[in-house]
Design a protein around this ligand. Structure first.
Ligand code: FES
Length: 108
């Protein structure tokens, strides 16, 4: 797993973009207090999801408003219909680590 940042750098309800070995990742501190990582591009068009809004356990694309469930990567509403890759996240000693093997089997 690759260390991204400290939990203190990512307050609840916020998202940051990270380049993880060349893969753009949106790292989210969701409103359920868990941390999630998804591929940082909407499955509808080439827009960074990290520029969107955290809503509960979803990340909303700012362009057309599709929301992606951070646990499954599935869009909860149109216009996106395809899931985005979800990456495993671990918190150890106050640091956030991500693995680039998608936990939902979706690859790019
Ligand atoms: S680009 Fe994200 S919903 Fe259209």
């Amino acid at each position: 797993m690759i260390r991204i940042c400290s939990t203190e750098d990512l307050p609840k309800g916020t998202v940051v973009s990270a380049d993880v070995d060349g893969t753009p990742v949106a790292l989210v501190h969701a409103e359920d207090d868990a941390f999630y990582a998804v591929y940082d591009e909407c499955s509808h068009a080439a827009v960074a999801l990290s520029e969107g809004e955290v809503e509960g356990c979803t990340l909303e694309c700012w362009l057309h408003g599709s929301r992606f469930d951070l646990r499954t990567g599935q869009p909860t509403g149109l216009p996106a219909t395809e899931p985005v890759p979800v990456y495993p996240v671990e918190v150890r000693d106050g640091d956030i680590y991500v693995s680039l093997t998608p936990s939902n089997g979706v690859t790019r």
